[in-house]
Design a protein around this ligand. Structure first.
Ligand code: ZN
Length: 501
């Protein structure tokens, strides 16, 4: 019997979003402590993969639940919240010996007090545990690895898929790595290579595109018995923090990492200027969508992607849509706007009223005055399985379906996944009945929309998740960093090599 401490702290942070993440944002997804971590949340996301640890170990596991804290992508953690969360992770360990620690973390998470929440948590746990207790953590593929994370964890295990559909498998791989250390008493070598490279998330999927071949090699390498983890962490780019950039990470037994770090880094570097996604400005979007036969045309509103931590209330595209005649069912979109939801509930179904829609949080657009009809009142609540979550209960609060001309907008109280058609289906709308349907997701929405969409388009504009990185106004990111700086050779790596202490 092994006693294993287990926990989850999962949120992707967008430092450009001025709306800070609060305790309530975590409460919406459920805060779990003690036994509740596995008893209540053990069939969600990476935790459901952790449950396979006894099989890898060949013996029973007694779980010591620390904290399960999950929130949707958004702004930095509000002051004080980081200390509260870290204390909740540490408290159960006081007076309890554990054989190992297994954590589900994100890796691109920032707080008001610290730009590296994941690193701070792992470092604090390491100090509390001492050097002997093995600690394995899983991360999102868009993690921004820091020296602190690499030095404090024995193994970091990342998603091998983008769109992210391998949360359970990733949890199992974390369990496998921890089981290996516990069974053999051997700590792996770690090779990490930090590249001065930042890119948009679109076009860099794992199943196709410029990096698909390299991903196949990485995934195959990890199936070898002597390899515990391989991944490229492609840093979510709307994260203005030090040490920002891609990282190649390998944990292995023996002399050499399975893949030559410099060769892999050079392959990544060669794709740096690859832009396979033609972003359309909002005014260009409707004509381009109407030129595609059939429906629906699924559109990424990338600059306001709630999956990238943007507020979900930009009005730049909404304004262009409402100005245009859109036949064949019109357009279906959503907007995070609790104030307008409240007004619609006061007015009731069937009412007509003047609203100032959206533009309250997004610093790049203004509220849009619209004369609307309240079509339906309801709630957006469903279970997300697919890109962005596994068996994850989502609650975006009360919802008002409004229409203005050919535009249908689902107004919601809370942010949430912008990649799933379930958002619309939850209030009785079928995306396939519309000519255009908007996803607030830079790339992962394809997983859900491609099977039935007549076409896929990408819209880009100023916003908290703008695809135009040169316009994002980076201040804290370590330099030099491509594309903010012209860098010729990859020899200017920020840090590299064996970092574990
Ligand atoms: Zn990601």
């Amino acid at each position: 019997m092994k006693r294993i401490a287990v926990g989850q702290l999962l949120q992707e942070t967008n430092t450009l979003n001025p709306l800070q993440t609060t305790r309530r944002d975590f409460e919406i997804y459920g805060l779990g402590q003690g036994d509740a971590v596995m008893a209540r949340y053990g069939d969600t996301e990476e935790l459901s993969g952790f449950a396979s640890l006894p099989q890898f170990l060949g013996e029973e596991v007694e779980w010591l639940g620390l904290l399960r804290a999950r929130a949707w992508s958004g702004g930095v953690l509000v002051p004080g919240l980081l200390a509260e969360i870290v204390e909740a992770f540490i408290t159960p360990l006081r007076g309890h010996e554990v054989d190992g620690v297994l954590l589900s973390l994100h890796g691109a998470q920032a707080a008001a007090e610290d730009p590296d929440v994941t690193g701070f948590l792992v470092q604090t746990l390491r100090r509390a545990l001492g050097p002997q207790v093995p600690l394995v953590a899983t991360l999102d593929l868009h993690a921004n690895l820091t020296r602190r994370m690499v030095q404090s964890a024995d193994v970091l295990v990342g998603y091998h898929t983008f769109p992210h559909i391998d949360q359970v498998r990733c949890g199992q791989r974390g369990a496998r790595a921890l089981a290996h250390i516990l069974r053999t008493g051997t700590r792996p070598q770690v090779s990490a290579w930090k590249m001065p490279l930042l890119t948009n998330t679109d076009g860099r999927t794992t199943d196709r595109g410029v990096l698909a071949g390299l991903w196949r090699e990485l995934v195959a390498a990890e199936t070898r018995a002597e390899v515990l983890s391989t991944a490229i962490y492609m840093a979510q780019p709307w994260l203005d923090v030090p040490e920002l950039g891609w990282t190649l990470y390998q944990a292995y037994l023996g002399e050499r990492p399975p893949l030559d770090p410099e060769t892999v880094a050079q392959t990544c570097w060669q794709t740096r200027a690859h832009h396979q996604t033609p972003f359309l400005r909002p005014a260009e979007l409707v004509p381009a969508a109407l030129a595609i036969p059939g429906r629906p045309v699924a559109v990424s509103e990338s600059h306001d992607a709630t999956n990238s931590g943007a507020p979900g209330d930009s009005t730049l595209l909404l304004e262009a849509l409402t100005k245009t005649t859109i036949p064949e069912g019109g357009v279906l979109t959503f907007c995070v706007d609790p104030e307008s939801v409240k007004r619609c509930f006061e007015a009731g179904e069937g009412a007509s009223l003047d609203l100032q829609v959206g533009g309250r949080i997004d610093p790049y657009s203004d509220p849009l005055p619209l004369r609307v009809q309240v079509h339906t009142l309801g709630r957006v609540a469903y279970t997300l399985s697919g890109h962005g979550g596994h068996n994850l209960p989502v609650d975006m609060g009360r919802a008002a379906v409004i229409t203005a001309g050919d535009t249908t907008v689902v107004l919601v109280e809370e942010t949430g996944p912008g990649s799933s058609p379930k958002l619309y289906e939850a209030v009785g709308l079928a995306p396939r009945d519309f000519k255009i349907v908007i996803a607030k997701s830079p790339e992962g929405f394809r997983q859900d929309y491609e099977p039935f969409a007549a076409g896929i388009l990408y819209c880009g504009a100023p916003g908290c998740a703008t695809p135009y990185l040169l316009e994002a106004g980076f201040k804290s990111a370590s330099r030099p960093l491509y594309p903010l700086d012209q860098i010729g050779e990859m020899s200017q790596a920020l840090w590299a090599g064996e970092l574990r202490t």
